[in-house]
Design a protein around this ligand. Structure first.
Ligand code: ADP
Ligand code: MG
Length: 385
């Protein structure tokens, strides 16, 4: 999606009031009736129509003809605008540059602050895929149903922000978080390539240990990344050091499927190193040896606890998690074995795939639904020698 920076300047104060009214109205209306928009904005009906028309022309709202009434919905563009306006009002962000990433559930742009320094803007886009089907299946959204994509995208951004903050404050190699508004996060731009695009490293063994140590450090602090793969590990251009990104799916080590998530992160790295660098080690971390006898993280600080205390509520975490699980159920035809079998390095370009599509992402499997499966999962790991 194109982010039009010029819109940041050309929305008038009255248009802004109307846009905000549409946002507010969509908290409990899937289609916000025009009269309600007029009411919330405190502007007269006639005036409102013209303002809405001009917002619709710029695709910030879209008209929906309902069987009962006509009204408007906020578009992604409208929500983007509101978030970017908030960021620029706070002087965190000044202008928008190129898009550097399109994920299934986010868009990534290079932006600049007032001094012209480059930053990364991540716009969360939950609900872009088959939200309708999910909505029908799940009722956890309750009254929120109508604003679901906005709500879920905002939750993802808030969660990512909360985690990035505590991780950064505790010296983990993650981008410096700069600001957050609605479904957006502003962060430091890392001068790096995703590990996915790297065909050679000076010492695969060293990088492998660094990454496994990082998984262990996370776990000591009570956290599991949950998507620790070659797309979410950036390798600094200058130093070759890894930086970890993408936190909306992080889980606590006290999560019921913690060990499963932990093993999956470890396996992602092992598989990638085997295929890409032909590097295999008998050494890899095991969840049980990191946790104490009660299965509790043993580090000096517990970041999972800090995040809960930081205002990102357990309830929101649960809502987001259920959403993410529901989305995965909706994704057809992603099979690990397919990529396993065709996983020759020749088929992977190493430096031209900036716009990697998600088809190439590691497959997402379901976490175990029962204790016995979790036990079984453990069997596949041998003792390190
Ligand atoms: P998604 O949730 O869509 O996977 P990510 O946070 O993983 O989003 O970002 C997608 C891509 O954008 C990354 O693989 C990376 O190439 C780029 N990217 C994201 N954040 C940064 C950053 N702070 N600095 C540099 N590149 C980044
Ligand atoms: Mg990612």
């Amino acid at each position: 999606m194109k982010l039009d920076a010029t819109d940041l300047r050309y929305v008038t104060p009255d248009e802004f009031r109307v846009l905000t009214a549409v946002e507010m109205g969509s908290k409990n209306h899937e289609v916000v009736p025009t009269v309600l928009i007029a009411q919330i904005s405190g502007l007269r009906n006639g005036g409102v129509n013209k303002l809405i028309g001009s917002l619709a022309k710029r695709n910030l709202v879209s008209k929906v003809q309902n069987s009962k009434y006509d009204g408007y919905r906020l578009t992604y563009g409208g929500y983007d605008y509101l978030a970017m306006r908030a960021l620029s009002k706070r002087d965190s962000m000044h202008s928008v540059g190129n898009q550097i990433g399109v994920g299934k559930e986010s868009d990534i742009y290079i932006v600049a602050d007032a001094d012209g320094s480059e930053l990364v803007l991540k716009l969360h886009r939950l609900g872009r895929i088959s939200f309708r089907a999910i909505k029908e299946k799940r009722d956890y959204l309750g009254k929120r149903k109508s604003a679901s994509w906005m709500y879920m995208s905002r939750l993802a951004a808030q969660k990512e922000w909360a985690f990035m903050k505590v991780l950064h404050e505790h010296g983990f190699p993650v981008p410096r978080p700069v600001d957050q508004a609605r479904h957006c996060i502003l962060m430091e731009l890392i001068d790096a390539y995703p590990l996915r695009q790297i065909s050679e490293v000076p010492s695969p063994g060293n990088l492998y240990s660094t990454l496994m140590d990082l998984i262990v450090r996370f776990a000591h602090a009570g956290l599991i990344h949950g998507d620790f793969n070659e797309f979410n590990i950036l390798i600094r251009r200058e130093t070759g050091e890894p930086v970890v990104i993408d936190f909306p799916q992080m889980v606590s080590t006290s999560h019921e499927n913690a060990e499963w998530y932990f093993n999956r992160d470890v396996e992602c790295i092992r598989t990638f190193f085997r295929r890409r660098f032909r590097y295999e080690s008998a050494l890899y971390p095991r969840f049980k040896s990191i946790m104490n006898e009660e299965g509790i993280a043993t580090g000096d600080f517990r970041l999972d606890v800090m995040v809960s205390a930081s205002g990102f509520k357990q309830k929101d975490m649960k809502t987001l998690e259920e959403y993410m699980e529901a989305v995965k159920e909706e994704e057809p035809g992603e099979s690990s074995h397919e990529s396993e079998e065709s996983g020759s390095e020749e088929s992977e370009s190493s430096d031209s795939d900036v716009d990697d599509t998600d088809e190439q992402k590691p497959p997402v499997e379901e976490p175990p639904s029962s204790e016995s499966e979790a036990e079984h999962d453990d069997d596949q790991f041998s003792e390190p020698s």
